[in-house]
Structure formats: C-alpha cells, structure tokens
Ligand binder design. Structure first.
Ligand code: NAD
Length: 346
C-alpha cells in the first residue's frame, strides 16, 4: 500500500513509518517540523531509499498535501500530526483548535480531492483517552462506549475531529464512495523501538517515563509527583502505558481489517493500570539509579485512574499488547535515552 503518515517526524509517527516500511509498504512522511525532528526522517530515508520520502509541510496546506497524495498514489492516511499538550491547550486554546481542527480540515480537503476526486480509501486518526475526561463511576476500565466529556481543549480538539471525520465518512457513504475510517483512542504511550534507531524526544518533555529517566540519568535534579492522596492503592494516579510498537501494530491491524464503509473507534491500551509511584520505581530498577522525588499537591484536571478495557480491539482487530511488563516498556525507553541524552540532537 501507499501510505501518508502525518506527524511522521514526531515520536509515534516515526515509529509508525518504521513499522510500515518493515512491512513492505511505500510511505510518505509529512510534518511541519514544529515539534518533530529531521533526524528520524533522514534515518528512515537512508534505510529505505526506494520506499520512503519526506515532505516538509503543514497538514493544512491542502495544495501541497494533494500534490503529495497524487504523486505517491496514496490510498491510506494515518494522521498523527497534532499539538498534544494538555497544559499548553488550556493556555492557548485557539492555537490548539486551529492546528488540530482547522489544519486537519485542510488535510481532509486534500484527502477528498485525491485519486482524481474519488478520495483516499482509508483514514486512521490518532485520537486520545483525553476525549473521555474523567470517566464516571463504573467506567474504569474504560470501554469505547464511555461518555466522551473532555476536561481540556486538547481533549476537545480530538473529540471534535472524531465528529468531523464521522460526518465526512457519512458524506462518502451517501455518495456511494465509502471510506474505511478508524479512530484509535490511545492511552499513555511509552517506550522506544527495540532496534534502538528511534526514540521519544519531546521538547518540552512532560511524559512521565522520559521525565523519570531524565531524573535517573542526572539530566534533571528531581521530579514532582502531583498528588499522593488519591483513592488508589498507593495514593498516586493510575494510568495505562502501551508500548509504542504495540500501538503502531494496532494501526496496521486497523488498516488491514477495518473494511471500506466501516467507521470504527477503538481504545488502545494494555488494560492494566500502573500508578505514578510504580512507574518511578520501575525507572529506578531499570536504571539502577535513585533520584529525588518531591510530593506536591494534586494538579487540576488529573483523572484519578484511567486504564483501558481492551475487549473490543482484542475481539475485532485481534490486537493484544505484546509488552505488558512495565520494566520491559521502561527498558526500551531507557536504552534509547541513555545513548541519546540530548535526544536526536545527541
Ligand atoms: N504520546 C502520547 O502518549 C499520546 C497519547 C494519546 C494521543 N496521542 C496523539 O498521537 C499523535 C502523535 O503524538 P506524539 O507523542 O508522537 O507527538 P509528537 O509531538 O512527537 O508528534 C506530533 C508531530 O506532528 C507534527 N505536527 C503538529 N502539527 C502539525 C501540522 N499542523 N502540520 C504538520 N505537522 C504537524 C509535529 O511537528 C510533530 O512532529 C498526536 O496526535 C497525539 O495527540 C499521543
């Protein structure tokens, strides 16, 4: 297949390109490099010169995206390109709505006009468990039918874009030209590719696993736990961590199994929650290093516990996380960050 991967220079998008190339597909990466890195694009181009190319562009640049879709005869789009920080979205919601929704519509316009006006065949969207907000009682683990009530503009950008995509799929069905649409609602994504080529390099870094590793390797002096009095076994928040390669595997299954005409949403998470303390203990075990932890007040908007009910994706896509042991997930992240202390700039 010929696949456009938006956000290809970012953490998850680069891992998706790598897997798709390994599977023998032709891949075009597209990223505006606002948060992504040129280095993984160069590494993938060197490894797969005949089947990978990179376009430095914004997803909202409809003309450029359309030219790219046509030039590469793209039939499938995986849309990872987005701004993805909850706190930042609270501070500047309009920026988030513009980038994640308005620019996303620019991408959809191009997808609609491609293939001589017939449109692309498959679209897979990176949605988020942030669309569920703080699930009501009885909804943990979180199933796909949990009410979607985001607690941040970021979560709303993902939820609104889900609605836009569904409406677009309806238009295509009515025009007798259906599309396969999949919305994958990720829980927390962690770890790195196990060959050591790609890793997680966010600026600023806010994700617990890399932040903890920065503390363990001395790159930061300490880290803070926000809230130790939650009604959880050790008082800290609980989250579901899915290894990035397992997450990417869910995309390939969605691409292969969701049929033209279907509109599907799946949660992607291992189905098990780990507390903040458990993650930090794992980082200490894996690194062999201790570090200073400050216990501070709860942070507004943090859900107490968020972990996935993986039944639907297991039964309908046959997906199951291969790596569920937290030390194994952390080890892959640690291996890359230890050898790349400055990320791709190392
Ligand atoms: N990392 C997680 O734990 C997590 C969890 C749930 C959902 N997601 C979603 O997964 C996707 C990828 O996340 P990530 O962690 O790899 O983030 P990332 O920031 O590493 O990658 C996103 C990439 O998209 C690019 N981008 C952003 N806006 C763009 C635009 N308008 N045009 C072109 N490129 C643009 C950025 O430059 C960056 O390279 C995002 O949509 C995010 O919301 C991530």
């Amino acid at each position: 297949m010929s696949i456009l991967v938006t956000g290809s220079a970012g953490y998850i998008g680069s891992h998706a390109c790598q897997r798709l190339l390994r599977d023998g597909h032709r891949v075009v990466g597209l990223d505006n490099l606002f948060r992504g890195h040129q280095a993984p694009m160069d590494l993938l181009s060197e490894a797969h010169p005949d089947r990978f190319s990179f376009v430095h562009a914004d997803v909202g640049d409809t003309d450029r995206v359309l030219a790219t879709l046509d030039e590469h005869q793209v039939d499938t789009v995986m849309h990872f390109g987005a701004l993805a920080y909850v706190g930042e979205s609270v501070e500047d919601p309009l920026w988030y709505y513009r980038n994640n929704i308005a620019m996303g519509i620019g991408l959809l316009d191009a997808c609609d006009q491609a293939q001589n006006g017939r449109g692309i065949s498959r679209f897979i969207f990176s949605s988020s468990c942030a669309t569920y907000g703080d699930p009501p009682e009885g909804m943990i683990p979180v199933p796909e039918h949990c009410p979607q009530a985001p607690t941040s503009p970021y979560g709303y950008t993902k939820l609104h874009f889900e609605h836009i995509l569904k409406d677009y799929a309806t238009k295509r069905r009515r025009a007798d030209n259906p599309i396969a649409l999949t919305m994958l609602r990720y829980f927390n994504v962690a770890g790195s590719d196990r060959t050591g080529m790609l890793g997680e390099d966010h600026t600023p870094e806010t994700h617990l696993v890399p932040v903890g590793i920065e503390a363990a390797t001395g790159k930061r002096d300490s880290l803070s736990i926000f809230g130790t009095d939650y009604p959880t076994p050790d008082g800290t928040c609980v989250r579901d961590y899915v290894h990035v390669e397992d997450l990417v595997d869910a995309h390939t299954r969605a691409m292969d199994r969701v049929e033209i005409g279907q509109v599907q949403a799946f949660n992607v998470g291992i189905g098990k929650g780990y507390s903040v303390r458990e993650i930090l203990d794992s980082i200490k075990r894996v690194s062999g290093n201790d570090f200073i932890i400050h216990e501070t007040d709860r942070r507004a908007g943090d859900a107490i516990a968020l972990y996935n009910d993986p039944s639907k994706i297991q039964s309908e896509l046959g997906w199951r996380a291969e790596i569920t042991d937290i030390d194994e997930i952390v080890s892959t992240a640690y291996a890359w960050l230890r050898t790349h202390p400055e990320g791709y700039g190392s």
